[in-house]
Ligand binder design. Structure first.
Ligand code: ZN
Ligand code: ZN
Length: 339
């Protein structure tokens, strides 16, 4: 990315330097994410310009620094995109996404739309043979964020869950909720194809264009409401519905982004139920091995996610970013590189 608002360009740059605690990774797959379209458009301040985009990365370890013990050359790995210091208060208390100097690859520093990337070795997570590089790359973003949201919502065995918004996040959340032991999982959307996808993955679909989802959830849960409700759309109206769907001791987890105020009736929806509203932001390095294991055991199937692979070519990448920008379709593309 050489200039905000302009198409990406293919340029020759040096192979990045890696230090004694780093790995140099030969990139095999890099997901093209909706955030990348925002970055290219100049809607988010970047850590540097020019910058190589790409935060969903999997590949093969090419070289390791002298102090690296967790991976070795030739290993298949995927990369946690947030690089934290490991030493500040937040890092030391296991909340490294709040690290005071956190840097995201493909946003603050060079990312994975490239042949090589250098990273701290602790950000490299082994990727089992059963999982393709493409799938490994896309696990690093939406699925990981869905798992973090469910963990923030403390989903327990036998509980009921509702997911508002059946996009990439929502489809992962449905499957992960089941894998974490949820009994019934409801999925709210307004598009028929999303309803069908949600039922394919074991959710009970609720079409909000035909029915009031809050009333429908009360009916389906015999008046109780759900234990955990996730908002993955980013609209005040659906956030309100998310909170209103809760039962006694229910937890509403807000993942979708919005700048608009959220208005609720404190007694009717919160105090009277001892309900909680919880924010959930990004995910943690420690959650990624759990997620990869779920994908390996096939309790998380992300085959619906990757629907197109493209080579490392500026024109093709720009076309995909254009499509994301214009919402022409949900096709999720991954840049794939062989030798
Ligand atoms: Zn992403
Ligand atoms: Zn830190």
């Amino acid at each position: 990315m050489v200039e905000p608002g302009k198409p990406l360009e293919l340029q020759w740059i040096p192979i990045p330097a890696a230090g004694e605690e780093d790995v140099l990774v030969r990139v095999r797959a890099a997901g093209i994410c909706h955030s990348d379209a925002h970055y290219r458009a100049g809607r988010s301040s970047m850590g540097m310009i020019p910058i190589t985009l790409g935060h969903e990365v999997a590949g093969e370890v090419e070289w390791v620094g002298a102090k690296v013990t967790n991976v070795k050359a030739g290993d298949r790995v995927c990369l946690h995109y947030n690089i934290s210091c490991g030493n500040c208060y937040y890092c030391k208390t296991g909340n490294e996404q709040f690290c005071t100097t956190v840097k995201m690859i493909g946003h603050h520093i060079d990312g994975g739309y490239a042949e090589y990337i250098a990273m701290p070795a602790r950000n490299a997570i082994p990727l089992p043979e059963e999982i393709s590089f493409e799938e490994g790359a896309t696990l690093m973003c939406a699925s990981a964020t869905a798992l973090h949201a469910l963990r923030r919502g403390r989903v327990k065995d036998g509980e009921t869950v509702v997911v508002f918004g059946v996009g990439g996040l929502g489809l992962s959340a449905i499957q992960l909720a089941k894998a974490l032991g949820a009994a019934d999982v409801y999925a709210v959307d307004i598009k028929l194809d999303k309803m069908e996808l949600a039922s394919q993955y074991g959710a009970i679909p609720i079409n909000a264009s035909r029915t009031n989802p809050v009333e429908e959830i009360r009916t389906l849960t015999k008046g109780k409401g759900v234990d955990v409700a996730l908002e993955m759309i980013g609209l005040p109206a659906t956030m309100k519905q998310t909170v209103e769907s809760l039962g006694v001791l229910g937890r509403a987890v807000i993942v979708g982004l919005s700048q608009m105020p959220l208005e609720i009736h404190p007694y009717q929806t919160l105090i009277g139920y001892e309900a909680e509203i919880i924010g959930s932001n990004d995910h943690l390095l420690q959650e990624l091995p759990i997620l990869i294991d779920m994908a390996r055991r096939k309790v998380l199937d992300t085959s619906h996610v990757v629907s197109q692979t493209i080579p490392l070519e500026a024109e093709k990448i720009n076309q995909r970013l254009d499509a994301l920008e214009n919402y022409t379709n949900d096709v999720r593309a991954v840049i794939v590189q062989q030798d």
